[in-house]
Write a protein that binds this ligand. Structure first.
Ligand SMILES: Cc1cc2nc3c(=O)[nH]c(=O)nc-3n(C[C@H](O)[C@H](O)[C@H](O)COP(=O)(O)OP(=O)(O)OC[C@H]3O[C@@H](n4cnc5c(N)ncnc54)[C@H](O)[C@@H]3O)c2cc1C
Length: 384
């Protein structure tokens, strides 16, 4: 692709979000992490910049743009505070996009302006206590009776649900049908029978909220079925394919922050009579870190460019997610190493970057799942 370089508008978006992240996100990230606290002020700040509505037509209250713009914004938010970027991605590229891409006109006009404008937050609930990778085996049930779907079951590790206005939730109408028995629903969070508990004790991303969602005969109007019965699994996989681009951008942002911290520290810390940046061992770590960040960013923007241009992109999105998440773990670990003992304490932001990066090889498809997707695609392409 020729247009990996940012356009003038994209540069403006990047600069605007970077300024916001430097001023509003980075200074409070440590406290949010310590207190495990979701911040409405941070959400309102992101909403004021139009970030929750990226990827949505302005006619529906969105900010326009596509996956390139989502990736640019996500990277900058994650560079300032990875937790804020988890809140954003679960809303923007999971919850909102499912309704926007697969919802009826009525659903779109009812939910999308509210969510895209940031007046309400969206959550997206696929994972269950019994497993996340094997999503087709989900057990939450939906049964249609008298024009209402009755939902029963539980979801776990759901980002945003306790602060959300609506949850896009997947349930099975017929377990014997496997993935073809699954449907997607919009569930209002004030629905009777819905219980949402915050899950405490995460290793990282502690300023984002993760929840357990229990459904006991939750009645959802038939018009809240997204698309068609039996197609929910396909919608979920489509949405995950593209959202992985945004997660890859999140990884780039965390790794970029760690690289910058290491570059700064290495030029100030002295050992053996000179800044540690003058030791070749440290220089090599910095060079490897910068190379990881660069490769991850290029792969992410390439996948986003393919997606925005209607060119097949699923393999590239998986490769970008796999590469960027594993790179983020490597880069944050090296940044900690560059900081020596100080990097092991909470006074140093790299300790948080290291913990925040770790989950990225797990959610929105583990590294193992990405390798399965990539292997399947390349083996199909190179059949002998
Ligand atoms: C902070 C956080 C936020 C999250 N937010 C959301 C959210 O908003 N919505 C949502 O729906 N989910 C969310 N998740 C859930 C996340 O997507 C799942 O944790 C993830 O999909 C993995 O599922 P699991 O935890 O059940 O692990 P499992 O599926 O049980 O996997 C356990 C291990 O087995 C491996 N494995 C499984 N199957 C295979 C296989 N076939 N081949 C090789 N290896 C395999 C996995 O790679 C992993 O290493 C979140 C998770 C976290 C930690």
């Amino acid at each position: 692709m020729t247009d990996l370089l940012l356009t003038e508008d994209e540069r403006m978006l990047q600069a605007t979000v970077r300024r916001f992240a430097d001023r509003e996100l980075a200074p409070r990230a440590r406290e949010a992490d310590e207190r495990e606290e979701f911040s409405w002020d941070v959400w309102k700040g992101m909403a004021a910049l139009g970030l929750p509505g990226i990827g949505v037509d302005p006619a529906l209250g969105g900010s326009g743009g596509g996956y390139r713009q989502m990736a640019i914004a996500e990277e900058e938010v994650a560079r300032g505070d990875a937790s804020a970027s988890v809140t954003l991605v679960a809303h923007m590229s999971l919850g909102v996009q499912t309704i926007y891409q697969f919802g009826s006109e009525e659903q779109k006009s009812r939910y999308v302006p509210l969510l895209a404008g940031g007046d309400g937050i969206a959550a997206w609930a696929l994972t269950e206590p019994g497993g996340g990778s094997d999503a087709a085996a989900l057990r939450t049930t939906a049964a249609l009776e008298d024009g209402l779907y009755h939902l029963n079951g539980s979801k776990t590790f759901i980002t945003n649900a306790d602060v959300a206005r609506a949850i896009v939730l997947f349930a099975t109408l017929d377990r014997s049908q496997g993935s073809r028995g699954i449907a997607a629903f919009i569930v209002d969070t004030d629905a009777p029978g819905l219980t949402i508990h915050k899950q405490h004790g995460k290793m990282g991303m502690r300023g984002s909220t993760t929840t357990e969602v229990t459904l006991e005969d939750v009645r959802v109007p038939a018009e809240n079925l997204i698309g068609e019965e039996g197609k929910g699994f396909r919608y979920a996989m489509d949405i995950l394919d593209s959202s992985r681009i945004v997660i890859a951008a999140q990884c780039v942002g965390i790794a970029q922050a760690a690289l910058e911290a290491a570059l700064s520290y290495a030029q100030q810390r002295q050992s053996f009579g000179r800044p540690i940046a003058q030791h070749q061992a440290i220089q090599f770590m910095l060079a490897d870190m910068a190379t990881d960040v660069y490769a991850s960013r290029v792969a992410t923007m390439h996948a986003a460019t393919l997606k925005d241009n209607g060119i097949p992109y699923i393999n590239e999105a998986s490769m970008a997610k796999l590469l960027a998440s594993e790179a983020a773990v490597r880069v944050t670990s090296k940044a900690l190493q560059v900081h020596g003992g100080y990097g092991y304490f909470k006074e140093s932001p790299v300790e948080r970057y290291f913990r925040d990066a770790r989950v990225t090889t797990i959610y929105e498809g583990t590294s193992e799942v990405q390798r399965l997707i990539i292997a399947r695609q390349i083996l199909a392409q190179y059949q002998v």
